[in-house]
Design a protein around this ligand. Structure first.
Ligand SMILES: [Zn+2]
Length: 73
């Protein structure tokens, strides 16, 4: 049990590291941060932008995912 929990935790950690990219809405400048997700829309923290459902829209202006671009540091 313990080993499984550690393995899952490690996997999640690795996943979070690789899905750390933030995306910015070109319409309203809203930034989607995978660390926080979008809980009002049922998106759990740790959800990568690529893993968002296709019908997810910007919570601010309602534009679809195609209006988002990667937010460089
Ligand atoms: Zn927007």
């Amino acid at each position: 049990m313990v080993i499984v929990a550690i393995a899952i935790g490690y996997k999640n950690f690795k996943r979070e590291k690789s899905t750390d990219e933030r995306f910015e809405c070109m319409e309203c400048k809203y930034i989607y941060n995978p660390k926080f997700g979008n809980e009002k829309a049922g998106i759990k923290p740790g959800t990568a932008f690529d893993d968002l459902p296709d019908d997810w829209v910007c919570p601010v202006c309602g534009q679809g995912k195609e209006m988002f671009e990667i937010h460089g540091e």
